[in-house]
Design a protein around this ligand. Structure first.
Ligand SMILES: Cc1cc2nc3c(=O)[nH]c(=O)nc-3n(C[C@H](O)[C@H](O)[C@H](O)COP(=O)(O)OP(=O)(O)OC[C@H]3O[C@@H](n4cnc5c(N)ncnc54)[C@H](O)[C@@H]3O)c2cc1C
Length: 397
């Protein structure tokens, strides 16, 4: 197994796999991915994996829009399958947010997203069993849906391996090594690996990894839960994907029989350790999540709990990702802080980071708004018309 590479990627989640695919596709010969657990051993496997474009800020919307093409044409672009299921997507907001929603839909339309503002009656036509009395408007995206996060990551990695990448599982990076202001490799539980380029894509562990290179990466870990319920016969044919801002829940079908329901931040909790936290559902979460979703789709009241889990969001100060070079160490890059919204943009993150590394700048999508220095510059990513919602999703929409 080679111990010298052109680039080392720390983390074999969906981001690391996407970057390995894009770097090798760009012709980089020796790309080594290291993971202390294994492929998809982190938060990607826990993802709700909603694929939607509705954001209140343009930079993230552009990333999501660019990534949609991958999900739609996965076989041609990456190979294998990603489990993308086009269901249509609905964003609801409380009536006091209706004007904001109109502005946001106009912003999304201007960048090319297929979306429209719909009335409650139109929502009922699209989703016949929906209860819509509390709504004045909603946003609709016919092309959105959800994907399979494990299949997506596996397909990215298999393509990267075919293109020459190496995956080393159960190898933990213990320190980033640099000499004279340049990265030279990483120390691991399996010895030294050398490379002139190192990319930290370690999910909620990214701040710990970067601290070994004396970089203070501002991440707050937050525990978030999702639960799966057996759909009752009335919903046997499935339903659309919802981010129900009005009710404080998101939900989507999960294959033929289940629905996934999440609520983002459930209750204030002490700072979790991503290596040791309660990975199961809180009993009161199971009933509360179901009750919220059932206010929109009343048939879900009859759904039976099947299983569920908790994961950790890696939350930056503005809840948006940091995609950049690391300050002060040439050759060191970082992509983390995705909170609960990274999966859907992962194809674009890999494409943009590969361009940043190989060409010095990303053109697939402009990632300068995601720069590390934005917090110091008091330039956080903010939407012009952010919603003021009754529930906290753990990240801004
Ligand atoms: C409950 C939940 C629901 C979500 N729902 C959605 C959604 O609906 N839509 C959406 O777009 N996004 C969603 N997300 C967010 C999305 O899943 C994440 O943004 C994305 O999966 C992050 O991928 P990653 O590769 O950055 O991190 P991870 O998948 O966490 O991968 C990081 C990897 O780094 C490895 N690692 C860590 N430290 C080291 C080390 N020292 N040495 C070597 N390896 C190391 C870990 O083992 C891990 O495999 C959700 C997240 C959660 C938790």
């Amino acid at each position: 197994m080679p111990r010298t590479a052109d680039a080392i990627i720390i983390g074999a989640g969906v981001m690391g796999a996407s970057l390995a695919f894009h770097l090798t596709r760009a012709g980089m010969q020796r790309v080594t991915v290291l993971d202390k657990r294994g492929l998809c051993g982190g938060m990607t496997a826990k993802s709700g994996a909603l694929v939607r474009m509705h954001y209140t800020n343009e930079p993230e919307a552009r990333m999501a829009f660019a990534a949609l093409r991958y999900f739609q044409h996965w076989k041609d672009i990456v190979g294998g399958h990603c489990g993308f299921t086009q269901t249509g997507f609905i964003m609801t907001v409380t009536p006091d947010n209706a004007e904001r929603l109109r502005h946001n839909v106009a912003m999304l339309q201007a960048i090319g997203v297929n979306t429209s503002v719909i009335t409650p009656q139109e929502l009922r036509e699209l989703q016949p069993l929906a209860q819509v009395d509390d709504l004045t408007v909603a946003a609709y995206e016919p092309e959105s849906g959800y994907a399979d996060p494990i299949a997506t990551t596996t397909a990215f990695m298999q393509a990267a391996l075919r293109q020459g990448a190496t995956l080393r599982e159960r190898v933990e990076v213990t320190a980033i090594r640099n000499a004279g202001g340049r990265v030279v490799g990483v120390d691991t539980t399996d010895g030294l690996f050398e490379a002139p380029i190192v990319v930290v894509m370690a999910g909620p562990w990214s701040d710990r990894v970067l601290r070994t290179g004396d970089i203070d990466f501002p991440l707050t870990p937050q525990r978030a839960q999702v639960a799966f319920y057996r759909r009752p016969p009335e919903l046997a044919r499935g339903h659309m994907v919802f981010i129900d801002g009005a009710l404080g829940a998101y939900f989507r079908p999960h294959g033929d029989a289940l629905s996934l329901i999440g609520v983002g931040l459930w209750k204030p909790e002490p700072r979790p350790d991503p290596d040791a936290y309660n990975e199961t559902n809180d009993p009161d979460f199971i009933t509360a999540a179901q009750a919220r979703a059932a206010r929109r789709l009343p048939s879900l009241r009859l759904a039976e709990y099947a299983r569920g889990h908790a994961g950790i969001y890696d939350v930056s100060p503005d809840t948006r990702a940091i995609l950049d070079r690391a300050p002060g160490i040439d050759g060191l890059y970082m992509a983390a802080g995705f909170s609960g919204t990274g999966f859907k943009i992962s194809p674009a993150v890999g494409a943009c980071m590969a361009e940043l590394i190989t060409q010095g700048r990303a053109t697939f999508v402009d990632i300068t708004p995601f720069r590390f220095s934005r917090f110091q510059e008091q330039q956080p990513i903010r939407g012009a018309h952010e919603y003021v919602l009754p529930a906290d999703f753990g990240h801004r929409i």
